[in-house]
Design a protein around this ligand. Structure first.
Ligand code: NAP
Length: 236
């Protein structure tokens, strides 16, 4: 059986890395996207060594030309994009008056514009195929807010709205849109290295990888619209 061609943004570390590794064991050819060339080439090598198939592209997803040329190259090489995992994201946390306009642009550009650019680039080939699956890694703060989170929450609410509207647009064309809303996950997203004692109860990146795998394996007639996950230690 032909492998599914799956693009994963933010594949260099954290959730994206776990998703890429997991899917590479499950009949996906994984296309690894992040800015850090060294980290994604290393992951590409690891996946190849383990018998999987991967190709890495060191690009910035906020740059339209870089996103489009990556997707064009993948379609040229493989003729299709079956799945897109819109995962790359950043957070900056301050009181609203302390944000610079650069902070605003950075968070909105990666979390919202990046998801839009990748989606825009893959949709024509999915529409032509009458099939495809787009998964957004949003956040539980797509549905609640917290102090000092105004910018990040605004970006995650926007991502949620984008994917919800997109689902209504493309479902009848055979394209699925699913969104995962994680609570706290132990990754580099938080200050310092993962694995610190005070975060031992957090979700692990592999928990989100399990959720992505479950969503992608749903039978053709089943659409999992959304999945929210929290660690037991986090009140919702
Ligand atoms: P992470 O460990 O910091 O990883 C973020 C990834 O995004 C990295 O691979 C990074 O790679 C990539 N990235 C950032 N800016 C980029 C850009 N401009 N272009 C391309 N890639 C870019 O964070 P994570 O926790 O795995 O986060 C993944 C997603 O989960 C994010 O959308 C985040 O909002 C969401 N989330 C996280 C948590 C949590 O508690 N960790 C909870 C809910 C939701 P480079 O730096 O190499 O570009």
């Amino acid at each position: 059986m032909d492998k599914l061609v799956t693009l994963i943004s933010g594949a260099s570390r954290g959730i994206g890395r776990a998703v890429a590794t997991r899917l590479s064991h499950e009949n996906h050819f994984v296309v690894l996207i992040a800015r850090n060339a060294e980290e994604i080439s290393e992951l590409e090598f690891e996946i190849d060594e383990a018998g999987g198939k991967a190709q890495s592209f060191a690009i910035d997803i906020t740059q339209p030309e870089q996103v489009q040329s990556t997707v064009d190259q993948v379609i040229k090489d493989f003729g299709r994009v079956n799945c897109l995992i819109n995962n790359a994201g950043v957070g900056i946390f301050k009181s609203a008056d302390q944000f610079s306009t650069d902070d605003w642009d950075q968070v909105m550009d990666v979390n919202v514009k990046g998801s839009f650019l990748l989606t825009k680039a893959v949709l024509p080939s999915m529409k032509a195929a009458g099939a495809g699956h787009i998964v957004g890694i949003a956040s539980d703060v797509s549905k609640r807010t917290f102090a000092n989170g105004s910018l990040y929450c605004a970006s995650k609410y926007a991502q949620h709205a984008f994917f919800e509207a997109l689902r209504r647009e493309v479902r009848s064309l055979g394209i699925k849109v699913s969104v995962i809303y994680p609570g706290l996950v132990d990754t580099y997203f938080h200050d310092g290295e993962p694995g610190q004692e005070h975060r031992s109860g957090y979700l692990q990146p592999r928990d989100i990888a399990d959720a992505v795998s479950y969503i992608l394996q749903a039978p053709k007639h089943v659409l999992i619209d959304e999945l929210m996950l929290h660690p037991m230690c986090q009140e919702w």
